[in-house]
Design a protein around this ligand. Structure first.
Ligand code: ATP
Length: 296
């Protein structure tokens, strides 16, 4: 399939087309559908505002993938398109396709997409403030009927986040920011997703907590859940992910293995704070980047 942005995209690894499955995905060599395939996606808000301009992204089964980009690049919009939340924001997929495993999910409603195995942790660690930790987690299992499986999901979440078990009867609104992020991730895991999508989980957290959340996301991936991680904290995202994409103004401008991205001079300059562009604000970085251009 021809990608409209292929000519413009700076591809740092041309062998990328077959993403390597993560360690938990071993299936004896049998072919397995990718966890997520996004093809040539175009998204428009309010019928006129074109935000995504032909995006293609893959997450292999068991893989962990980072999506980087400055403010306004379109990261959240891509996640809304994947998880069925665009209509809430007057957005619409006008071209392209999203597949979860071998199912086409383009245009399905969000609850149906959760049932099919995709759970999203939204930006801003949204929890039900009036409910307890346990009630929040129970809400994440809304689509599951098997009580034993739900009990198993609680155990998995409490093993990953022991603090949540200690506070299982506490009201979510009184938890610290870090605990609320844990709860938001835990609630998504209660649906036993095949693919966990996280929007800026490090936002507003102290460095020690960022490290803890990063370690837990890596562990969730090691346990076999595929991960798509949207972050402005590129160092954190590339420490977890095996591959990454850089999104700019609604297009993928760079993609490749995490270690290749980490050593890419533009990524170092604009996203890791190393080199000539280090210390620039994102606004300055964006205008500098426009002058310099990614495609060269
Ligand atoms: P951030 O890191 O700041 O959240 P982002 O990369 O996630 O940025 P988006 O939130 O997807 O970017 O926004 C991409 C563009 O789409 C921005 O120009 C934004 O103003 C616009 N946009 C987002 N939501 C809407 C909406 N509901 N209606 C119109 N335009 C929108």
């Amino acid at each position: 399939m021809v990608e409209p942005d292929a000519a413009r995209r700076k591809r740092v690894d041309v062998r990328r087309s077959a993403p390597s499955p993560g360690p938990a995905s071993s299936n004896g060599g049998a072919e397995q559908a990718a966890a997520l395939q996004v093809r040539n996606l175009e998204v428009v808000y309010s019928d006129v505002i074109l935000v995504l301009r032909g995006i293609s992204v893959d997450v292999g089964d068991g893989e962990s993938v980072a999506l980087l980009g400055a403010n306004g690049a379109g990261k959240t919009t891509l996640l809304r398109a994947i998880s069925g939340l665009l209509p809430v924001h007057r957005g619409e997929i006008t071209k392209g396709e999203v597949r979860l495993g071998d199912r086409k999910i383009t245009g399905l409603d969000a609850a149906k997409i959760v049932r099919l195995g995709l759970a999203q942790v939204m930006e801003g660690r949204r929890t039900f403030a009036e409910l307890t930790v346990e009630e929040n987690l129970r809400a994440g299992a809304f689509a599951r009927r098997d009580n034993d499986a739900v009990e198993g999901a609680y155990e998995r979440v409490f093993a990953l986040f022991p603090q949540l078990e200690e506070r299982r009867s506490s009201t979510a609104g009184y938890l610290s920011g870090g605990e609320q992020q844990m709860l938001a991730i835990g609630r998504a895991l209660m649906a036993a997703p095949r693919l966990l999508v996280l929007d800026e989980p490090s936002l507003g957290l102290a460095p020690a907590l960022v490290d803890q959340i990063a370690g837990t996301i890596a562990e969730i991936n090691r346990q076999g859940t595929s991960v798509l991680l949207v972050e402005q904290n590129a160092a954190m995202a590339l420490s977890i992910a095996s591959r990454g994409y850089v999104l700019e103004a609604g297009r993928i401008v760079l993609d490749g293995p995490a270690e290749t991205l980490r050593s890419d001079r533009d990524v170092q300059e604009f996203y890791l704070g190393i080199g000539d562009g280090a210390g620039r604000s994102f606004r300055n970085v964006k205008s500098y980047k426009r002058r310099k251009g990614w495609s060269g």
